[in-house]
Structure formats: structure tokens, C-alpha cells
Design a binder for this molecule. Structure first.
Ligand code: NAD
Length: 433
């Protein structure tokens, strides 16, 4: 497994749990050193135990040296980052291509080179070319096996996925992939066997669709606020239609994270280059960007029109609960905008403070939700960690300088907030705004 980030480490540990021997390779020496010491470099529920169990069982090991991992492997997974290329939004494939070249140099017997990173159509073919050029004698096939796990529930998602997508036209590679995923075949997990190109596109199309669904309900929430409707009920009424489904219909501050923003940009750019622009997705990207910026204005409005000299308490800064991932989190737009408007921000997050400190240097970090509320003029709930779902509202009220709460995840109900003496603002619930 090349790359031990959110995807590589979870996939490696889960394949080991399936009973396979897995060697995880990462160039990042400090990350690998931590893994070798038994520490988990990311916050992901259950991962520490899974890694420890499989290391103890002798099925999972870590190294920085590719040559210690590749020779003798039936499959070599590429699970390195594919961030947005600076400037144009295309996927930056530098890490993928570098990994392919390095892998090629250490190949010995037949191996399937499996791309698990999210990549544009054509990347698998390019990986094939790179390996062939680097090692004309190599015996290999290339497959695409995009990953659909979600941070925060990554192990469960990997172990019990809705489907597994495998893209390759080689029968030999298919056999290897089948053997790797055998435990899931036994669970009757749907397996989509297809070509490299189709597999690559499935991942982007899925993420672009989910980002569209979120953006759709976010815009419906804006309509709700204008016309006096409740977006929670609209979403419920829509979602009960089996053709629509109730997931991903939660209005909020706009999507963020390590995948949706970069993947929507990447597919939009690739599609435009291919001569088939995705105008819908392009609009989703623009609407979402605008929305994240507009969220700070909501806080300003809730504060009465200005936050200059005010203190804002923020609950949660990671892009979603149960992760420490800060990549493109809405907090990275909202908090600096509030600071620019003259506010002092004090915040608490259960897992992301270590990461967030680097990105939000001027925030005062608190050790719990109540400390973040203490003395604040507005309390903003930005990420719906479970521990923010049952706050002692009387205590919050007594700690706040002014009793104003902006709930960007619709965690609370108007009645309980009013009962606690709090002025409550949420998303798309006009009757209570
Ligand atoms: P990440 O940034 O957390 O991890 C990537 C790791 O690869 C880093 O530790 C880096 O040091 C290592 N690396 C880079 N080049 C290397 C090389 N040549 N040799 C060895 N190690 C190398 O990234 P991630 O979040 O795990 O994402 C990886 C891929 O999976 C991306 O394409 C992403 O879009 C996709 N993906 C991510 C998620 C998610 O929830 N994070 C879900 C599905 C798919």
C-alpha cells in the first residue's frame, strides 16, 4: 500500500484484517516513524485498535522503503494524494506518477498495480505507460479501484461498502482483485467490474452527484428562509421518495473536506477539456464557494450587523464530525472572515485543534465547548460533533456575554433554545429564524 493517509492506512489495515499480508509504505518519515511506534497519525474511530491487532498478528507492517514492500506483492496499491493543481483546479497527478515510476523500479514478478487514488480518466493508462517505459521487462497489469470510504466511518465503509468498483480488462488482474476482496464477495457486496476509464469516471461522477445533492438542499434552504418553510421537513418529505433518498439532504454551511471540493473541480476541468462541459457541476462549485463566504455574514447579521470588537465562540472546525481533517473545511472561510470583520474568535474542536492551529493561527483554542462559549457575543455551531448535540443550554446561556446562537447544522430546536433564553438562528428554518 503506497501512501498511508486516510485512505491508504485504513485500506491497508482492513486488507490485513481480511487476512492478507500488507506492507504500508509512506515517504513521510515522521508519519512512518509514528506508525512504527504504534501511534496513529490521524484521528479515525477504531483505527488504532485495528492497526494494533493486525501488527500484532504479523500481517501489517510499515516502512519508508518501497523496495521492502513491492517485490513479492500480488498487488501494489497507489493511495497517494491527488490535490487540486494550484491555479487551474485540475487534479495534480504528480504524486501518482512519481509513485508509479518508483514502483516500476522495484517490481519483480507479476503484480497488479492498483490505483486507489481518485484520478481523472486516462490516469490508469498513463500509469501503465510510465511503468512500461521505466521497466520494459516488467510483468504487470494496471487496475482502477476507487475508494468510497468516508472519514469518520472509514473502517465500517471499507468493510461493508455499498459496492466495490474494479476497472481492468485483464482476466489475470481481475482474479487477483477478486482474491483480495474475497471476504466482500462472500458478503454478496455488489462488485462493478468494468474498464479502467469507466472505473475512474464512476468515482468522480459519484462525488459530483453527492456535492450536487448537498448544494441543491442548501439552495432550497435559502428559499425556505424567504418563504417561511422548514428545510428539515422539505428534506424529509423529499427524501422519503425512494428515487431521491434521504441521505445528503442536510442543509448546512456548504460542503468542504478533502474530496468534494477538489473532485468537483477536477471533473469539471477534465470534462471541459474533453469537450463535454458539466455545466451543472460548474454551477455547484460556484454556488458552494459563495455559500461558504456568505456564512460569515449570517453571523454578523445575528450579532446585529457588526462583529467589530466582538468575541465569537466556535464549536467544531473540522469539515465534519469524527475526523481531524481540515482540508477545505468551511471554518477556513468563515473564521478568517469574522476576524477580518473585527471579531476575536475562540474555538473548540474535539480532534482537529492540532491541524487547525496551523491554518487558523489567530484563534484562541479552548479545551471544551463551555470555554468557547464563555464571554462570547455569539456562539456558532459549525461542526456537528456528538458532544455538541446535548449541551447544557442553561449553562451556555449563563456563560455567553450575549445570548445568541447560530447553529449551522440544525442540531437544535427553536423551542429548547427559547426555553433556555437563547436567540437562535439556524439554516433554512424560516419559521424560527
Ligand atoms: P493523504 O494526503 O491523507 O495521504 C497521502 C499519503 O501518501 C501521504 O501520507 C503522503 O506522504 C503519501 N505519499 C505521497 N507520495 C508518496 C510516494 N511516492 N510514496 C509513498 N508515499 C507517498 O490522502 P488521502 O486523504 O488518503 O487520499 C488519498 C487518495 O484517496 C486521494 O486521491 C483522495 O482523493 C482519495 N480518497 C480520499 C478519501 C478521504 O476520505 N480522504 C476518500 C476516498 C478517496
Amino acid at each position: 500500500m503506497v501512501g498511508t493517509g486516510y485512505v491508504g492506512l485504513v485500506s491497508g489495515a482492513c486488507f490485513a484484517e481480511f487476512g492478507h499480508d500488507v506492507v504500508c509504505v509512506d515517504k513521510d518519515e515522521s508519519k512512518t516513524a509514528r506508525l512504527l511506534r504504534g501511534e496513529i497519525p490521524i484521528y479515525e474511530p477504531g483505527l488504532d485498535q485495528l492497526v494494533a491487532d493486525n501488527v500484532r498478528a504479523g500481517r501489517l507492517s510499515f516502512t519508508t522503503v518501497l523496495a521492502d514492500a513491492v517485490p513479492g506483492s500480488a498487488a501494489v496499491f497507489i493511495a497517494v494524494g491527488t490535490p487540486s493543481r494550484r491555479g487551474d483546479g485540475f487534479a495534480d497527478l504528480t504524486y501518482v506518477y512519481a509513485a508509479a515510476e518508483e514502483i516500476a523500479r522495484t517490481l519483480d514478478g507479476y503484480a497488479v498495480i492498483v490505483d486507489k487514488s481518485t484520478v481523472p480518466v486516462g490516469t490508469g493508462r498513463q500509469v501503465q505507460r510510465i511503468i512500461r517505459e521505466t521497466r520494459p521487462d516488467a510483468d504487470f497489469d494496471v487496475a482502477s479501484n476507487p475508494e468510497f470510504l468516508r472519514e469518520g466511518s472509514a473502517i465500517e465503509d471499507f468493510m461493508r461498502p455499498d459496492r466495490v468498483v474494479i476497472g481492468t480488462t485483464s482476466d489475470r488482474a481481475r482474479e487477483v482483485m477478486r482474491a483480495l476482496y474475497r471476504p466482500l464477495f462472500l458478503l454478496e457486496t455488489p462488485i462493478v467490474m468494468t474498464t479502467l476509464e469507466t472505473a475512474e469516471l464512476i468515482k468522480y461522477a459519484a462525488n459530483a452527484f453527492l456535492a450536487t445533492k448537498i448544494t441543491f438542499i442548501n439552495e432550497i434552504a435559502d428559499v425556505c428562509e424567504r418563504v417561511g418553510a422548514d428545510v428539515q421537513d422539505v428534506a424529509k418529505g423529499m427524501g422519503l421518495d425512494g428515487r431521491i433518498g434521504k441521505k445528503f439532504l442536510h442543509a448546512g454551511p456548504g460542503y468542504g473536506g478533502s474530496c468534494f471540493p477538489k473532485d468537483t473541480r477536477a471533473i469539471a476541468q477534465s470534462a471541459r477539456q474533453a469537450g463535454a462541459p458539466l455545466r451543472l457541476v460548474e454551477t455547484v462549485i460556484a454556488v458552494n464557494e459563495e455559500r461558504k463566504r456568505a456564512m460569515a455574514e449570517r453571523v454578523v447579521a445575528a450579532a446585529g450587523g457588526s462583529v467589530d470588537g466582538a468575541t465569537i465562540g466556535v464549536l467544531g472546525v473540522s469539515f465534519k464530525p469524527n475526523t481531524d481533517d481540515m482540508r477545505e473545511a468551511p471554518s477556513l472561510d468563515i473564521i478568517p472572515a469574522l476576524q477580518q470583520a473585527g471579531a476575536t474568535v475562540q474555538a473548540f474542536d474535539p480532534a482537529a485543534v492540532h491541524e487547525a492551529t496551523k491554518l487558523l493561527p489567530d484563534v484562541r483554542w479552548c479545551s471544551d465547548a463551555y470555554e468557547a462559549a464563555a464571554g462570547a457575543d455569539v456562539l456558532v455551531l459549525l461542526t456537528e460533533w456528538n458532544e455538541f448535540r446535548a449541551l447544557d443550554l442553561e449553562r451556555v446561556r449563563s456563560l455567553l456575554a450575549r445570548p445568541i446562537v447560530v447553529d449551522m447544522r440544525n442540531v437544535y430546536r427553536q423551542a429548547e433554545m427559547t426555553a433556555a433564553g437563547l436567540t437562535y438562528h439556524s439554516i433554512g428554518r424560516a419559521s424560527i429564524a
